[in-house]
Design a protein around this ligand. Sequence first.
Ligand SMILES: [Zn+2]
Length: 297
Amino acid sequence: MPVAALLLIAFCAQADLLTDIQKLSDTDMQGRKTGTAGAGLARELISERFAHLRLDRFNNSYQQAFVYSSWPEKTGINVLAWRRGCTYPNHYIVVTAHYDHLGIQGRKIFHGADDNASGVAAMLELAARLNHFCPVYSYIFLATDAEESGLHGSKAFIAKPPVPPGSIVMNLNLDMISQPDRRGKLYLTGARRYPALAAQLDATFSTLQFLHHRGPGRIARDNPRYNWPNASDHGPFHRAGIPYLFFGGQEHAYYHTVQDTWQRIEPVFLDMAMQAIWQTVQWLEQQPPQALRPDSH
Ligand SMILES: [Zn+2]
């Protein structure tokens, strides 16, 4: 692709990203709690974007319901689409971002702009960028439900994947990418498996901090949020033996509060996060499947 085209794509990104975050964390969405009308509106928006991008459906639908509790019965609905690659069409990169959040408590709406409208918006942006050419890998874009209550959407996907599990070479998980933590950092976990990628990103992004999958530190690890493989949707992939890369923030002042609104998002930070994610995907596109997941087939 010519450099001018790449620059144009990068330039257009910011506006779409912010607009999507704004829409997904709008008052109408009522905090997108699993099973609520607000979550339904979020699904409609994501499905419309998938259709606009002409992404393919599994089983004729972008939406996949799953039961995650039998008594009382609780149901979640994942929103997913896929795009066929040109070089390794039978090898899949699964991009995940949970769209559910905490909903309403009393009169308070937990908008969840950073957590995780930001990740969903970045996933949609990624799908849009990959639409400008035929990617090397096939991609599945998976907006998960019921992450906040126990990673249920990604567990349901892994329990019944729409493609053979051995053909999934990577999970790229995006959760809370628009808000720096107190140290001003965005975190990437899982990259130690790919030293060349880590070196390239490290040289480009000073705000990116690399974490081992066990989490930040011994004391912090006792906090469930810092139990890194359980912190977000990459956990079930990791436990299924699928490598992951997890871009995410740590707890910040607005984390799980009513103040997590789109107005508080830092556009420069968001832009950096998107650039780092895009550079990562471009790197992945240059690797053969065996380099990403040696046991893939
Ligand atoms: Zn989250």
